[in-house]
Structures are given as C-alpha cells and as structure tokens.
Design a protein around this ligand. Structure first.
Ligand code: CP
Length: 310
C-alpha cells in the first residue's frame, strides 16, 4: 500500500481499531517527516494539554511531554497522588474538571480497560482523549511508534513475517499491534507460555514455538512479562522463562541478518531478552523510544486538526 498524505484528522485516539489503514500510514508518514526535520505547523491559538497517568510510565509519559513541548503546547501538570483523586474524585470528574478549566487534550493512562468510553461518550466533556494505555486493552501510540519503526526498516508491512512473543494475554501492545498488523498484510506468529495465550488471538496469527520459526522472521517483537497483571497464572523463574521463551545469544544468531528485534520496554533484562542483546546490532529498542516522540507529535497534530474542524 503506498504511503498517504500527512493530513490525518482525529477527534480522539483511543484504539487502533478505530483507525483506517490510510490514517495509520498518514500518521507514520508525518512522524517520519518530523523526525527528518520537517517543521511542525504553527499554532493559531493557545492549546492546553494535560497528561493523566494513573499507572507508572517512563516512555509514554515523557515522550508525550517532549512531543507537546516541541509543538509549543501548554502542558498542565497533573499528579494523581496529589490531586483530588485521593479524596475520591472519579476519573470522569477529574476530566470533567480539566475540560471545564479549558484543557483541550487529555492524555490518559489508566488500569481500567475501556476507561475512555465514558469520556468520549459524554455530552459535556469536549476535551480530546488520547489513550496512553488502558489496562490490558489498547496502547495505540505505542503501536504507531512500532509501525513507524518497522516501516522505516522495510518500507512495507505486506508479507513481513512478525512474531509477537511473551505475555500476550496481559499486553495492550500485543492487542493493538496484532489487529493493525494483520490489516496491513503482515504474517503474524505468536509464541510464549500457553498460560498467557488465548484462542481469541488465533484469528490474527498462528501460535508456534519460537524455535520453529525464528530463522524465517523479519521482526522478533518481544513483550514484557507483566507481573503486575498476573493473578497466579503462569509462574516461571527468570532462568526458565529466558531459556524457553526468551531471546538468548543462540536464538539471536539464528535470526536473518536483515531481521530486527523490538520490545516496547521497560525490558526485564535476561528474561525476555539477554542483557547483552538490548543494544545489539539487530535491536531497534532504543530507536522505538526515539520514534515515540515524533509519532506522538503526529498524533497531537492530527487531534488539533480535528478540533479545528469541529
Ligand atoms: N512502552 C511503554 O508504554 O513504556 P512506559 O510504560 O514506560 O510508558
């Protein structure tokens, strides 16, 4: 599919399921242009944005903040631990309040799957919602930076052999990526503990043992073991997990010379991937973090375009 223009218009960004292939390619294209030095559009008026993170984050939170500042937006501090959330304020009432104060865009990470539905369905709230991760639901900005990284490498998605390996059930990154990568024509494989795999993923790709397919892969996408979302399902020692499902030196050598390794991070070193491979030649893990800033600039631009057209 040829890459399309960079004129994507969004009211919210909450799930990859809501984006067309053209919109995805447009956002990636714009992210690449911004990374290559293309200037962002001048703001016509003051725009306020607030980042509401109710779950821990380094990359998503800080790269949205860098993206916002590069675009010249006014970033309104929000810290859940010192806000009225501690007095029982609900997420809905927090966003209702910020909206009433004039905040235009709320970037939100929350543990509740689909938390955004009550916000985008509200007749009162007019702020745009950007989902920075909803529990084990969706992580659209991570998915877009992953797609940008793959596109920069291969210039296409059609026919690429991509294995998503690890804690798939609990991973919002996996959910977002499997949906869009299948739509874009990639051939998907899933690997990892059967305890963290569900038949619902069969419609997107094939569940295999990592050693059965590693030599054929273009992209080896590793996932963090999400201990905070586990409920006693599947307990492995670091060594056992690394040996059975992780990327060690032996498996690294079996990858094609053109293959790349990805991981949304944070990385559990020597669990999903050997410590020595995080910055190895085939790794794009650091590049993914860098690309996050530019694709998030593209997302925010598309949202501002959408607000202008309202
Ligand atoms: N990949 C990712 O979402 O990282 P953070 O949890 O640090 O934001």
């Amino acid at each position: 599919m040829p890459i399309v223009d960079d004129k994507v218009v969004l009211k919210h960004l909450v799930s990859m399921e809501h984006l067309s292939a053209e919109e995805v390619l447009g956002l990636i294209s714009r992210g690449i242009s911004l990374k290559n030095g293309r200037a962002s559009h001048a703001l016509e008026h003051q725009v306020f944005v607030s980042n509401l993170f109710f779950e821990n984050s380094t990359r998503t939170h800080k790269s949205f903040e860098v993206a916002e500042k590069k675009l010249g937006l006014d970033v309104i501090d929000f810290h859940a631990e010192t806000s009225s959330v501690n007095k029982g304020e609900t997420l809905y009432d927090t966003v209702l309040t910020l909206d009433a104060l004039g905040v235009d865009i709320c970037v939100i990470r929350h543990s509740e799957v689909d938390y955004y539905k009550q916000l985008i369905g509200s007749a009162t709230i007019s702020a745009s919602i950007v989902n920075g991760g909803d529990g084990s639901g969706q992580h659209p900005s991570q998915s877009l930076l992953d797609l940008m990284t793959i596109y920069e490498e291969f210039g296409r998605f059609e026919g690429l052999k991509i294995c998503i390996a690890g804690d798939i059930t609990h991973s919002r990154v996996a959910k977002s990526n499997m949906q869009i990568l299948k739509r874009l024509g990639a051939q998907l494989y899933f690997a990892g503990p059967v305890e963290w795999y569900s038949e619902e993923f069969d419609s997107y790709g094939q569940y295999i043992a990592i050693d059965d397919v590693i030599e054929e892969l273009d992209v080896m996408m590793l996932l963090r073991v999400q201990h905070e979302r586990h409920d006693g399902d599947g307990t492995f020692s670091k060594e056992t997990y690394h040996r059975q499902f992780g990327l060690d030196q032996e498996r690294y050598q079996r990858l094609k010379s053109s293959a790349i390794i990805m991981h949304p991070a944070p990385v559990n070193r020597d669990v999903e991937i050997a410590d020595s491979l995080v910055e190895a030649e085939k790794s794009r893990i650091v590049k993914q973090m860098t690309n996050g800033v530019f694709v998030r600039m593209a997302i925010l631009e598309a949202i501002m375009r959408g607000r202008k057209e309202q």
